[in-house]
Write a protein that binds this ligand. Structure first.
Ligand code: ADP
Ligand code: G6P
Length: 466
């Protein structure tokens, strides 16, 4: 069997400890089953001009290989072009995007450096799988060095419609560089369609109904490969002693109360401000919930070097203060905001103890929290998932209460409906949801992607447009 080489900016942690971010969680699950190399950034930043040695570490069947980046790369490539430019644009937030040629230059340089260090380590029969928006151009750099191996790419975040991508200066070179990959995978059919439409409109590309896109003589396979979770393992976590302990603690701190849970990195894409407003609206419009329903929001900090992230955190703290100041009584606090990472088992226990799961991003590639919440529920008394129509997860999880997160009243009404939903309807919806979470699980994700990569034609590689 060929060796699998996974490339992503964020590498690890591998041990089943605190993690925040869907990419790392999914890759650990996939690599643990398959074995292979995981190559990317070490997470360490060195002084300017020093990029450091390749660090290697073995974790079971996974060989970790990482590089440091220096302060200038961190600011230009990671905090800069990846998270100040690409992340907001790909999530439809042109208003937050920063356009700066220096950041773009740094991004291309770092993509090239990671390719240069990887190339000599590749074996002829390796299969390379590159992940996410940090490394859109890495495949093209590997090909330019002569790599002939199958190279696939998966985008964990949305791919926006061409009208939005077109706002990015230098979009043509960047998106065209993706044609170096043999298979290009997206979270949803909608994202795959947007990508194909981009090439049709900008470069006169043509596509077959089964997703073979041809542009200037080069043919690549484009498709939706919805990411999932390890549903069985997560379900076991939710029934573990740690999970029970965590759930009991939550329940005993507030007897006979209904808990609504949200779990998200603090990010402006997650719709946290709108969610808190909807929760406040619930207490206003349905006063019987006062003293009875509380929102537990687990929200670890993320990317705090980027201003927009600091702003959102401050806004959340302000709204939490306002809502709590307005509605709290001696024995009940409406919103609890916890900003530290948790162990997976504790998180699973919290999901299970909460009657409503709120997943209301304004835009999200997939959203694994939605799937984890479903997997963690007790079959005889399951909670209700309230899910944004703008999360990739909504494409399959249509048995959730689907909401438009911009519509505060609609979200408040959905929470109310969830709080009072009769048991038979909860069970019925949950069964449909769990069935999807089990079928579209992590194994289905990596095995369908890797078999598409194995089957991909490579006879047009020489035609990759410059
Ligand atoms: P994103 O990738 O944008 O962060 P996802 O919902 O797809 O969003 O994935 C988030 C992952 O991070 C989930 O697996 C979730 O369990 C995990 N996570 C989120 N918050 C925490 C936390 N406080 N502690 C541990 N894991 C967390
Ligand atoms: C999302 C992105 C990942 C990223 C994660 C955490 O899931 O798709 O690529 O790793 O967020 O963000 P961070 O910037 O901390 O890696």
């Amino acid at each position: 069997m060929s060796r699998l080489v996974v490339v992503s900016n964020r590498v690890g942690p591998v041990r089943e400890s605190a993690k925040a971010g869907g990419l790392a969680v999914a890759i650990v699950d996939a690599l643990r089953a398959q074995g292979g190399v995981w190559y990317g950034w070490s997470g360490d930043v060195t002084p300017e001009g020093t990029h450091g040695m390749l660090k290697t570490e073995q974790a079971g069947r996974i060989s970790l290989m990482t590089l440091d980046i220096d302060q200038a790369d961190y600011e230009g490539y990671y905090a800069g072009f990846s998270n100040r430019t690409l992340w907001p644009i790909f999530h439809y937030r042109l208003d937050l995007a920063q356009f700066d040629r220096e950041l773009e230059k740094s991004y291309w340089t770092v993509n090239e450096r990671f390719a240069t260090r990887l190339y000599p380590m590749l074996q002829d029969d390796d299969v390379v799988w590159v992940h996410d928006y940090h490394f859109l151009a890495l495949g093209a750099k590997l090909r330019a060095m002569g790599a002939r191996q199958p190279i696939g790419f998966f985008l964990h975040i949305p791919f926006p419609v061409p009208e939005i991508i077109a706002a990015l200066p230098g979009h043509a070179a960047l998106v065209r560089a993706m044609l170096a990959y043999d298979v290009i995978g997206f979270q949803t059919k909608r994202d795959a369609r947007a990508f194909i439409r981009y090439f049709e409109e900008e470069f006169g590309g043509t596509a077959t109904a089964d997703g073979h896109l041809t542009v200037q003589g080069r043919t690549v396979r484009v498709g939706a490969f919805p990411i999932g979770i390890d549903a069985e393992t997560f379900r076991k976590f939710a029934m573990s002693p740690e999970a029970h302990r965590q759930g009991r603690r939550l329940k005993s701190s507030s007897e006979h109360r209904c808990h609504v849970i949200g779990v998200d990195r603090i990010d402006y894409t997650k719709g946290l401000v709108e969610r808190f407003r909807a929760f406040s609206r619930l207490l206003e419009h349905y006063p019987e919930n006062r003293g009875h329903v509380s929102l537990l929001q687990v929200a670890p900090a993320s990317r705090e070097d980027v201003d927009a992230y600091v702003d959102i955190r401050e806004e959340l703290e302000r709204i939490t203060g306002n809502v709590n100041g307005r509605f709290s009584d001696l024995h009940w606090t409406p919103i609890r905001l916890i900003t530290r990472p948790l162990q997976r088992r504790s998180l699973a226990g919290l999901y299970r103890a909460c009657q409503v799961g709120l997943v209301t991003p304004l835009r999200d590639g997939m959203n694994l929290v939605a799937k984890e919440y479903v997997a963690a529920q007790a079959e005889d008394d399951p909670g209700v998932l309230v899910l944004s129509r703008f999360a990739g997860a909504a494409e399959a999880l249509d048995a959730a209460l689907i909401v438009n997160p911009y519509d505060i009243d609609e979200t408040a009404e959905a929470i109310q409906r969830a709080v009072i939903m009769p048991l038979d309807e909860r069970q019925d919806r949950w069964r449909q949801l769990f069935d999807k979470v089990q079928t579209e699980d992590i194994r289905a994700w990596y095995s369908t992607f890797l078999s598409a990569l194995g089957a991909a034609g490579h006879d047009t590689r020489d035609a990759i447009p410059e």
